[in-house]
Write a protein that binds this ligand. Structure first.
Ligand code: NAD
Length: 373
């Protein structure tokens, strides 16, 4: 087996480490930066606090990033960076903020609009402003990946853009920033982590370093997610979930995600289901499906996590989803035949090809039928 491992992002992890931001900006040679964030952090005063602690190094703020960031928001960030001659970017937020900031940090050095690259295959320029990513959710691990997921509503596309230039220069992971994440979002983001860990382990592009990380990340989720959901101020559970998210990011960044993520994109695009919950909707199905079709890797993974077989792992995930109030099926959406057909079609996303077992249109149709009947 031949493989290559690369991870260019410097990582600082721990409670209170956000205080190191100014020092790290100076170490990167930054003079005039922009903070990309979402409105909530502006309202809660965190943005003003961070700006104050950074001694005027981050005078500009773009706070209009929405969940599932759009090409328009990315272009607006890029324009602000370009017009104000910014020399570095701080992304303070969840995956949406970090994804938007990572792409904008590249496009601001060009005259290109992000829609020119989204799902078009056009090569992405490599030059970019230095990026410091400060995650506030324990979910996407966008702080250590080369991916930015953007949406173009005009074309009804939500797709990942990938470029080596999107890797942040620094991931500053302070678990305390996740303490304010409400229970439902804690569950959604936590299941995103579990899907990253599980899918990267069985991905056709799996490799030894990443699979070790996958096991560590999934164990942390199974042991700590419910505690973080039920007791959001439990610093230990929050720290372990932040670690799980980061480690799962290191695990899936190269092998990539597979079937559950492929299906999550249309579930989010068409039905508005948040990313993590959308991934969680099909993960136990694909665990059983892959196991039943002879994928030994999912059995090994389940054993490594302490389960006797893959079905037991899938059952435990379903139990957790139910206890945390996640949607267990699609009945509430009353899908028309056309919507159902569109969902099946759009789930045939390129990530599906990374699944260790072939998933046909018929397989998808069967899976979704069980979820709507
Ligand atoms: P998010 O960034 O969309 O945030 C969801 C909501 O939570 C927002 O309203 C946000 O303001 C709020 N929020 C964030 N941090 C908070 C905090 N500490 N306290 C209270 N509220 C907070 O959610 P996410 O799950 O982190 O990111 C999802 C996005 O990331 C999706 O677009 C998904 O496709 C993408 N994604 C990217 C990668 C990658 O590798 N780049 C991987 C997986 C998913």
């Amino acid at each position: 087996m031949n493989w290559e491992y690369v991870q260019p992002v410097r990582i600082i992890f721990g409670a209170g480490e956000i205080k190191k931001l100014a020092v790290e900006i100076r170490a990167l040679g930054g003079h005039k930066g922009i903070m990309i964030t979402s409105k909530g952090f502006l309202n809660r005063g965190l943005v003003a606090q961070v700006q104050h602690d950074c001694d005027g190094l981050v005078p500009l703020v773009y706070s209009q990033v929405s969940p599932n960031p759009t090409v328009g928001e990315c272009d607006a960030c890029a324009t602000m960076m370009r017009n104000n001659h910014c020399d570095f970017v701080v992304a303070l937020g969840g995956g949406s903020v970090m994804d938007c900031a990572k792409a904008a940090a590249t496009f601001c050095l060009t005259e290109n609009r992000s829609t020119e690259f989204l799902a078009t295959g056009k090569p992405i320029p490599q030059r970019h402003l230095p990026i410091i990513a400060v995650p506030t959710t324990a979910g996407t691990a966008s702080e250590v990946t080369s991916v930015s997921v953007l949406s173009d509503h005009a074309r009804q596309v939500k797709a990942p853009l990938s470029s080596f230039g999107f890797y942040p220069d620094l991931a500053l992971v302070d678990p305390v920033l996740t303490h304010t994440v409400p229970p439902y979002l804690t569950a959604c983001t936590g299941f995103d982590v579990l899907c990253h860990a599980t899918e990267s382990y069985w991905s056709k592009h799996h490799q030894p370093i990443c699979e070790t990380l996958s096991v560590r990340a999934a164990k942390l989720v199974m042991e700590n997610l419910e505690q973080a959901y039920n007791h959001g101020d439990d610093a230990v559970a929050r720290e372990r979930m932040a670690e799980a998210s980061l480690v799962a990011g290191l695990a899936f960044s190269l092998p990539k995600t597979t079937s559950s993520h492929a299906c999550s994109y249309p579930l989010t695009n068409s039905l508005g289901i948040p990313h993590g919950e959308a991934c969680a909707m099909t993960i136990s199905h694909f665990i059983r499906f892959n196991a039943e079709h002879g994928c030994q890797r999912i059995e090994h993974f389940a054993h490594a996590l302490g389960y006797t077989h893959a079905h037991e792992y899938a059952d435990e995930i379903d139990g957790m989803r139910e206890r945390m109030g996640m949607q267990m099926d699609l009945k509430a959406y009353h899908l028309t035949q056309q919507q159902f057909n569109d969902l099946v079609k759009a789930s045939q996303h390129p990530n599906l090809l990374n699944n260790p077992v072939e998933v046909t249109e018929c397989d998808l149709r069967e899976m979704y039928l069980k979820m709507v009947e």
